[in-house]
Design a protein around this ligand. Sequence first.
Ligand code: GN1
Ligand code: MG
Length: 387
Amino acid sequence: MRKADMFRNGVDKAKERNLELAGRIAAQFDMPGEPVAMFALGSGNINDTFMAFYRTSYSEARCVVQRINTRVFRHPEALMTNYRRVTEHVHRKLEHERGAADRIWQLPRMINCKNGANLLWDRDGTCWRAITLIDSAIAYDEAQGPDHAREAGAVLGQFHRLVMDLDPGSLAVTIPGFHHTSGYLEAFDRVCGTDMARTLIRNDAKARACVSFVSDRRGLCQVLETAKQRGELTVRIMHGDPKISNILIDHITGQGTSIIDLDTVGAGLVHWDYGDAVRSLCNPAGEDAPDPDKVEFSLELCEAFTSGYLAQAGGFLSGADKAYLYDSIRLITFELGLRFLQDYLAGNVYFKVRHPRHNLDRAAVQFSLCRRVEAHEKAIRRLCTAA
Ligand code: GN1
Ligand code: MG
């Protein structure tokens, strides 16, 4: 084959696929110019994310386009209403505080369709939306070191501070029971009673080890809930999914600039967010670590993240809030493992998987991380309350 043909073949194949989506989906959003392509982006476990490219004769623009997973988010309209409410509130506040800020904090906003709607329902029943792109910022999948961790902490703390005066009751619940660990335990118990789960557990040592890990920690599920009932913790607005790849770092200044993925924003405990961010940041081997036994929890990254977080959020957190930060890391790590395990036993119906045992492998990684967190309990408690 001649070089020119090889080149054309390669380009054409990619073009065909992307052009089809660009013409049908990207073209409907209120962006300047003509859509020229859509490329898959990111590594989300629920929605499908794309970068859309648009061109005019003198410039070009990009935005993020997402196919919303309506099996998980059953009421996408509610999700969009939350999104708008939170971004408008945050943008108003950022404008007001701009003079005193040490940087330009950002939060992407929605881009409506050309017909004014904020969601696009495609003819095949799929649901799409578009969001502005923060072009000069990077979402890292892994911690880049303590400076990165500190900036990531600052972004989460800043987000909590910015939304703390928004009424938690004003936001819709996008996933009922999200982060209610006891509910995940009940779902796990139910699935364990099915024939499919029984077979999966009986024939597999890894599954049995994961199940017994859960059995040993059933009491843990209530830790934050009980503190809330006792009045030690307050319901505020939380992000719901602040894993490291949802926190953007400005690559020009190296400073944290924005948090993305507001799909689960709503009433809850800021502890869920703190725990989720730390469990994802302080596990350098990642959620797909090939060997669960080699998973480590980095105290250094945890300390840096916590200092960045408390520098922004410390002003409104009480002593009791700080006292439960350790428990939140342990709980959310355990909870994510439990969610992966439950989904594996239910036949992989919630999280996207690349192979049939993917959710089981993911569960084993989170449980191993949870063990490391438990082993570091004293040191973590010290750094959370000292900061
Ligand atoms: C899911 O899709 P993604 O990657 O943004 C999940 C989070 C988990 C995360 C683990 C709505 O988030 O709760 O922590 O996977 N989101 C939902 O990677 O369940
Ligand atoms: Mg998400």
